[in-house]
Design a protein around this ligand. Structure first.
Ligand code: NAI
Ligand SMILES: Cc1ncc(C(=O)O)c(C(=O)O)c1O
Length: 311
């Protein structure tokens, strides 16, 4: 018998919700995608065919009977659900309000998984009536393409949920990574350490954005997509790591706030793809073209990487 829930509910249909819903549905679950915004639901419904095409292209596990229904009726979205995946904006108070709305409508045995990027699960769980049912399930963007999910129990999480969620993740052929709780979890701690240094290098004019993207893509990204950081150290030699880290670590950026130039861009409405300008400028049609290039590249890379042993 599949470990997948027969019925699952995804709360929040923005960047992450639709891909999460489609991945579970393709694997065989009946998924209800819910949002407070009719526009968000309409966008997800319109893009569903494209997301299904991507899942087909990467040969994502498929089973008959799965489907996604889209809607703004919370009671309908929760009827019969076994697993709720929360993907509303990264604001603690909003998430806690959503959890209260959910708990008022479902039985105590329903699991609530949160896709938070890094708010500690124990902090969020404080407001729950049944804190043991809350667990971190951190997907990476785009969720229907990046086959790794972090599973993070909080202090109060029912320990049996960890293995249960890991089995669900394996059922759609993703890699579950079980972690201890820490702000940002593992993936975003590593990503944000890289991004902090990258933004400092840009701010100091050491490299252009194009140069930075090329250096990280070919110098680090390519290598790390085949060998993880631990194996990389064995490949380089721990003595080399000691020699370099002894002078370099103290020189790396250690600022605790977002860089000022990023704050300025945000104040000017430059948010990236969603506003047509960000780190780069985009003309008419450029954002759609870039999105397509990224998806095509990720599909090709995932196919290739899946033929390479884990080293
Ligand atoms: N965008 C990303 O790259 C990633 C985001 N995450 C996390 O996933 C969560 C969602 O992120 P995004 O999809 O990027 O956010 P988003 O802002 O794109 O979408 C959030 C959606 O939630 C809806 N919403 C707001 N209040 C709601 C409510 N009370 N009930 C139901 N729906 C509501 C909004 O209408 C919107 O459609 C956040 O916690 C974020 O940190 C995790 C991994 C990657
Ligand atoms: C910049 C950035 N921040 C957070 C996340 C996340 O995982 O929550 C991502 C991502 O790609 O998933 C991201 O790119």
């Amino acid at each position: 018998m599949s470990s997948l829930p027969t019925v699952a509910t995804v709360i929040g249909s923005g960047t992450m919700g639709p891909g999460i819903a489609a991945t579970l549905a393709r694997a065989g679950s009946t998924v209800r995608l819910y949002d407070i915004s009719e526009d968000a639901i309409a966008r997800a419904e319109a893009a569903y065919g494209v997301v299904q095409g991507v899942l087909e292209a990467v040969d994502s596990p498929s089973a008959p009977g799965g489907s996604v229904t889209f809607g703004t009726d919370l009671d309908a979205a929760l009827a019969g659900t076994e697993l709720i995946i929360e993907a509303v904006p990264e604001k603690l108070e909003l998430k806690q309000k959503v959890f209260a709305d959910l708990e008022a409508r479902v039985g105590d045995d329903v699991i609530i998984a949160t896709n938070t990027s890094g708010i500690p699960i124990s902090t969020m769980a404080k407001s729950l009536t049944v804190p043991g049912r809350l667990i971190g399930m951190h997907w990476s963007n785009p969720p229907h393409l990046i086959p790794m999910i972090e599973i993070i129990p909080g202090e109060a999480t029912d320990p049996t949920l960890v293995d249960k969620l890991a089995e669900i993740v394996k059922a759609f052929n993703y890699v579950p990574v079980i972690e201890k709780e820490i702000p940002g979890f593992v993936e975003n701690r590593v990503l944000y350490a890289i991004l902090r240094e990258c933004m400092a290098l840009l701010e100091e004019g050491i490299v252009t954005p194009e140069g930075l993207d090329a250096a990280v893509k070919w110098g680090i990204g390519y290598k790390l997509s085949v060998v993880g950081p631990t194996r990389l150290l064995d490949m380089a030699g721990l003595d080399i790591y000691q020699a370099v880290s002894s002078y370099l670590n103290k020189d790396l950026d250690n600022s605790t706030d977002t860089p000022q130039f990023i704050k300025d861009k945000i104040a000017a409405g430059e948010l990236g793809f969603k506003s047509g300008a960000g780190m780069y400028e985009y003309g008419e049609g450029d954002v759609d073209a870039k999105r397509k290039e990224i998806i095509t590249g990720l599909i090709a890379a995932r196919k290739t990487l899946s033929t390479i042993p884990n080293v």
